[in-house]
Each structure stands twice: as C-alpha cells, then as structure tokens.
Design a protein around this ligand. Structure first.
Ligand code: ARG
Length: 478
C-alpha cells in the first residue's frame, strides 16, 4: 500500500516516508518546547505580511485567533503533537490549517530555517534571564552566609595543604565573584541572541516585499534605543550556531564553578575537616551503613558538570565540518542546549538550598586555624620589616619550621635560643606574629581578607544584589 506523501513538502514525492524514517527524522518530541516562541514568531510574521499587503486583514484576524486558540491548547497540555509532522513548526502550521484556510499563506516569505533560528534566539534570551535569576539567588545565599560567618576563620589551602588563614566570608565571596562572571557571560550571550534572522528564508531571503524591521521590532529584537536589530547576511543567519556554543560554554563554566564549590563543601563536611554540617534535606543515607549522611546533592552537581561539558562538545563536533548553510545535522542542536539549561538551572537551585541550610562549626574551624604554621609566611614578612631580604627570610623561617619539627614543638614554641641560632633576625618579639587577629587586620588592602575589607565587600555585594536578579545581571558594553 502506498503511504501518503508528506503534507507540507510532499509535492514532488510519490510516497511518504517509511515509519522508520518518520521516527528517525522527527524532532517534535523535543522541539515542542519551542512552541511558545514559534507561536509568537507566527503572529509577528502574519502581522507583517498583512502590513505589506500579502495577507488580507480578515485573514490576519483568523490567523491570530487561531494562534490564540492553539496557544491555549499548548499551555493546557491538550495540544496533540504528531510525529508524522516532523517538528514543532509543521505541527503548529497544520493545526492552524484545521482552523482557517488562511493558514496556507502563513509560510509566505519564510522558511523553517529562519523560523527555527528565530525561535531559538527567543529561547536563549529567556534561558539566559532565567539562569541569571537563579545565579543571583545563589549569590544572595552565599553573601548571607558570609555575613553571618564573618568572624569564623579557617585555614586556606593550596595543593590541599594548609596555607594561610582566611575568613569563611572571604572564601564564600570568592564563589560570589565566580558567579558574577557567569552572569556576565550569560548577559553577553543574551546580547548576541538579540539579532533577528526572520526573513532570511531558507538561504537567500525572498522575492516578496517583506519588512524584516517590523518583525524584528515586534519580537523585541531591538537595541537600547529601540531600533530593530536584524542579521545582515541571510546565509550566516540560517547557518550560524555560535549562540548554541556561547550558551553551552557559559553553562560549562557555571558547571565548573558549581562543581568546585561542591567539592569544597564535600571536603568541609567530611569527618576529617568537619568545618560544616550540611542540611539533611540535601543529603541521603546509606542502605547498609546506618551512620552515613552522604553529600549526594553536591556529588551530583560535580557529576552533572561533566554532562554540561559533554553537551558543548556535542555541539562543537556537530557544527565544525558543516558546509554553509543549513544542514539537517543542526536539528540535533536543541537537545544539548535544553539539557544544559535544565541541568545548570537545577544545579544552581540545589546548591542554593545546600548553602542556605548549611551550618558552620566554629569550634572546629577555630582549632584548625590555630595551627601556627599557617603564619609562617607572616613571620617571613616580619623579618622583611626588620631589613632581611625576603628570600633569606623565607629560608630562615623554613629552617625554623624544620627545627620545630625536630624538637617536636609547634612553630611558635621554638625556644628563643634555638630561634636565634637559626637566624640572628629572630630577636625577641618574633612570636607576636602568632596572633590571628593581628594577621587578618594586617590584610586590609584591596582583594585581601582583612575584616574591614570583608565588611566593605559584603556591603558592596549586598547593594549590588538588592532588588537585582529580575533581569540579566550587568549590561554588556554596547
Ligand atoms: N526541525 C528542523 C530543525 O530543527 C527545522 C528546520 C528544518 N529545515 C529543513 N530544511 N528541513 O533543524
């Protein structure tokens, strides 16, 4: 039996696609997510067609009310998606055709190639703003914790070895800096998304008198002054997938940042560190070991960051060898992008919950930071203030550390005679260095963890974040 030719493009075909081909070629199972954007694009396109005389006013009216009806069905979840119609665009157009014959004119002067490129740009603008809001929420949680724990000092680590004392606030504000750069990256991606490809057709535009500025304006593709922004080259417009790479890349970096935070918190919550107690609501137990409380939420964040990197990789490999312009390979571009957005957003929300609910253990932090070796560098600085060249001071303190280890005494308890034998610069008074308050107060210059500097930074972030998060963070330079 002969299968019916495909309704939308079947004119030159004597039979329709095999069932296997249909299932293979469909994208509606995932691109139906673009329906709200596709409907907006349809409405803007129809209005423009009417304005330039390619559609009667009565036809536009029917198309508009049809689109509204379909929109309601989509929103209510009652719209029936048909795989045989391939993708979201053809499903919506066919549904409109059931409501009005004017639907047959809707595809005038456009192609699915410029249509999908326009839909995804609208999606990216929303996705960037949504993720930005979530990141602002996580930043607020971090700033709040930093403010509450500003008195708590902990060892800072390099090579995961104790290095120098810092405040918990300084450590948490480091994440805040990282996240603020993520928001900037998202804002830049959203700005690059803000160019309208609609009207570029399949590859070379159209012979019909369409008005690209009008649709761009109606869809919000405008600059700061409200002037329409339209893509200048029709071939680039339908072939370009830079935005997918930009957005996926922004998600990769977000994932890396979240994963590094997760790793710190996993370490801090381990019995060996015990700096922090994680909220039960974001931990799980063991099916066998009754005592366990595992940081699964954080481990999943660490794991999912790999998935975000994989999504970028899929897009890079997919696009790198494609001849201009549109190739069907590009239908595969949506899954990694949707996944990166969904997973990045989820990870940010979960980490916000963890940060909101975690409790520091001040006594354990205090015991860890009391290790006088953390101030060995300050001792070298002390020698420098007495005229010893830094290299020599570094060597002298190193020798003092070794002597302490030989004598089995902490660095600040090496007897005076022993210290002077190591280096003549260790005159009485060198032990004044071993005072944490003094050590931190000596670090008030920009970027450092001094208490006044931290108070300043906290105020700066509180101000920046107050009422922020309603739109993409900082505006990119125009
Ligand atoms: N579903 C297609 C995609 O996402 C839409 C564009 C189809 N264009 C085409 N020439 N077959 O890529």
């Amino acid at each position: 039996m002969q299968k019916r030719a495909q309704a939308t493009w079947g004119g030159r075909f004597s039979e329709g696609p095999s069932a296997l081909m249909q299932g293979f070629s469909e994208s509606v199972s995932f691109d139906c997510r673009l329906a709200p954007y596709d409907l907006r694009v349809n409405r803007a396109h129809a209005r423009m067609l009417c304005a330039v005389g390619l559609l009667e006013a009565a036809e536009l009216k029917e198309i508009e009310s049809g689109l509204t009806a379909i929109e309601e069905q989509v929103r209510a979840g009652s719209f029936i998606w048909d795989q045989a119609l391939e993708d979201v665009h053809m499903n919506l157009e066919q549904a409109l055709g059931q409501l009005t014959p004017a639907a047959a004119k809707l595809h005038t002067g456009r192609s699915r190639n410029d249509q999908v490129a326009t839909d995804v740009r609208l999606f990216f603008k929303d996705a960037a703003a949504g993720l930005d809001r979530r990141l602002a929420g996580l930043m607020r949680a971090l700033v709040r914790q930093a403010g509450e724990q500003r008195e708590i000092l902990i060892p800072g680590y390099t090579h995961l070895q104790r290095a120098q004392p810092v405040s918990v606030a300084h450590h948490l504000l480091a994440y805040v800096e990282m996240l603020s750069r993520d928001r900037l990256r998202l804002a830049q991606a959203a700005d690059r998304a803000n160019w309208c490809p609609l009207g570029c057709g399949a590859i070379a535009g159209t012979t019909l008198p369409i008005d690209r500025e009008a649709t761009a304006r109606e869809l919000g593709f405008v600059d700061a002054k409200g002037r329409p922004r339209i893509t200048p080259n029709s071939m680039d417009a339908v072939a370009d997938r830079d935005l997918f790479l930009d957005f996926a890349q922004a998600c990769v970096v977000i994932g890396i940042h979240l994963s590094r935070m997760a790793e710190d918190l996993i370490l801090w919550s381990s019995r060996e560190f015990s700096f922090v107690d994680l909220p039960d609501a974001f931990c799980t137990g063991s099916s066998l070991m009754p005592q366990k409380k595992n940081p699964d939420a954080l481990e999943l964040i660490r794991g999912k960051s790999g998935r975000l990197a994989g999504n970028l990789q899929a897009l890079v490999v997919m696009t790198k060898g494609l001849p201009l312009t549109y190739n069907r390979d590009l239908q595969e571009d949506k899954l990694p992008i949707f996944d990166s957005f969904d997973q990045a957003e989820l990870c940010v929300r979960v980490l916000t919950g963890v940060v909101d609910g975690m409790h520091f253990r001040p006594e354990i932090c205090a015991a860890a930071v009391a290790d006088p070796a953390l101030l060995a560098t300050d001792l070298a600085d002390w020698l420098v203030t007495r005229g010893v060249p830094f290299r020599e001071a570094h060597h002298a303190v190193g020798a003092l550390v070794r002597r302490g280890e030989e004598l089995r005494v902490p660095l600040d308890k090496v007897p005076q005679v022993e210290a002077e034998a190591v280096h003549a610069g260790f005159q009485s008074g060198w032990t004044e260095v071993f005072d944490l308050g003094r050590a931190l107060r000596a670090r008030e210059r920009p970027g450092m963890p001094g208490p006044r500097r931290i108070a300043f930074e906290l105020r700066r972030w509180e101000k920046t974040l107050a009422g922020d998060g309603e739109q993409v963070g900082r505006k990119p330079g125009r």
